[in-house]
Write a protein of this length. Structure first.
Length: 98
């Protein structure tokens, strides 16, 4: 039942599981399913942020930054979001990638 009332939560929990297991690509896929298929989900904003964390963990820093920047003004913990952006931008500069 890919679109039932619990599907978004199932994808979120699977994303969390895969992230914990350091299977970041699979985690990203589950988080992004919520972002693309369940925009009204209570897990939407956290899933978008976690998708960014997954990309960051895979070394896809530019894509992660794009997600983080798209969350400015929307994500409930703006202080943490700004800190994540600042730290990733510093990592990019230090690595000569930005």
């Amino acid at each position: 039942y890919p679109k039932n009332e619990w599907s978004d939560d199932a994808h979120f929990q699977l994303g969390e599981l895969y992230f914990q297991e350091r299977q970041f690509s699979k985690a990203y896929d589950h988080y992004m399913t919520i972002v693309t298929d369940f925009p009204g989900s209570p897990d939407y904003l956290q899933s978008a942020f976690n998708a960014g964390l997954s990309l960051e963990s895979m070394g896809e820093w530019d894509s992660a930054l794009k997600i983080y920047r798209d969350l400015i003004g929307k994500y409930p913990n703006q202080e943490m979001l700004q800190e994540q952006i600042k730290n990733l931008e510093k990592r990019r500069r230090d690595a000569g990638r930005g």
